[in-house]
Design a protein around this ligand. Sequence first.
Ligand code: ATP
Ligand code: MG
Length: 356
Amino acid sequence: MVEMENVSKKYGPAEVVSNVTLRAEAGETLVIIGPSGCGKTTVLKMINRMVVNSSGSIKVNGININQVDPVELRRGIGYVIQQIGLLPHLTVQDNIAFVLQLMGVSRSIQAERAKELIRLVGLHPEYLHKRPQHLSGGQQQRIGVARALAADPSVVLMDEPFGAVDPITRQQLQEMVLALQREMRKTILFVTHDIQEAFKLGSRIAIMKEGKIVKIGTPIELIREKDDFVHRLLGRRAIFDFLENVPVSAALDPTVPVFTLGQNVAVKTERWEYGMAIDFERHFLGVVEKKHWGGSDNNFNHCGADSCRLTIKPEVSVSDAIQIMLWEGYRWLPVVQNEIFIGVVTFESCAKMMRE
Ligand SMILES: Nc1ncnc2c1ncn2[C@@H]1O[C@H](COP(=O)(O)OP(=O)(O)OP(=O)(O)O)[C@@H](O)[C@H]1O
Ligand SMILES: [Mg+2]
C-alpha cells in the first residue's frame, strides 16, 4: 500500500508537484496519466526516495518512508523504467538477480530465483545466459520486469515501461502485467501516456496536470466526468477504449426468450422476434422464429432450430461485439462458449451496462 498526503516537490521556486494526495491499495494498479512535464515521474521517484519530497507525507505499507533507510526502502519497491536499464556486461541472470546479489543471497538461490522469474515473465530459461543486447526490445522489457520483482517487493513502480515497443509487443507486455497482477497482487503505480493502456491496466486512474491531480477514479468514473481537461485527455474514443476491456459476458440481455429442447414454454414478449434454443445441457442449438414458439404441438421439436449465423465467445469485448453487430447488420448476437449457450448481447444491453 502506498499513501501520499499533500505531497509537494519544489526545485528552487518552481513547484513541480503540488499537494498530491493519493492512496494505492495492495492488489491495485493505480495508473497515473497526464501531459509531458506534469510531474508523473517525480511522483514515482518520491515514493522510493530517489527524489526527496519538499513537504507532505509518504507512507509505504503504513510506514513513513523517512523512517526507513533508503536502501532498505528500495529493496521493497520494484522499479521499471522505459529505458529498461539492463547492465550490458552482465548476463540476463545476473541482471535479474542484481538486487539479490547486493543482499548477499547465495549464487545457487540467485540462479533458482532467476529461473522462476524468467518463467513468470513468459520467457524460456535458456535466455538466462545471454547478454541483454541479444534480446529483442520486448524481451528486454520482460527482463526489466523480472528484475523489479526479484526481491519480491510489495510495491512496484512502473514509469512508461512499454513506451518504446511496437503495439503488438506492447499488448503482450500489458497482458503479462495483468496476469502477474492477478497472481501476485502487488501495489502497482503505473505511469503512461497511453489512454488505452490506462484503461486496460488501471483499477483506478489518476489524471495529472501541472503538478496536481485533477481527477482520480475508475475508468467509468472518468468517462462520465464533465471536466473539460479530463475529456480532452481521454479523447473522443474514450468510451470505446473503455469498452475494449469489458467482456460481453458483463453485458448480457436477460430478456431474450430461451427454449429448452422438448419443453413447451409459452413466452410473451414484444421485443423479440427470435428465441434461443438449447438442450438440457445448455448446448446452443440455434434460433427459433416467433411463429414456432410454444403451441401444443411444440413446433420447435419438429422443425428444430435454424442454425445460427454467427456467435461470439464471452471474452469478446463489448467494443468488438458492437463493431461486429454494426458490420454485420445484426441487433443481437448469441454468446457461446464450447457450444454452451451463455446468453445474448444486444445494443440495448450494452447501453444498459454503461448506465449501470
Ligand atoms: N532535477 C530537476 N531539477 C529541476 N526541475 C526538474 C528536475 N526534474 C524534473 N524537473 C521538472 O519537473 C517537472 C516534472 O517532471 P517529470 O519528469 O516528473 O514530468 P513527467 O510528467 O514525468 O513528464 P514526461 O511525461 O515527459 O516523462 C518538469 O517540468 C521538469 O522539467
Ligand atoms: Mg516521466
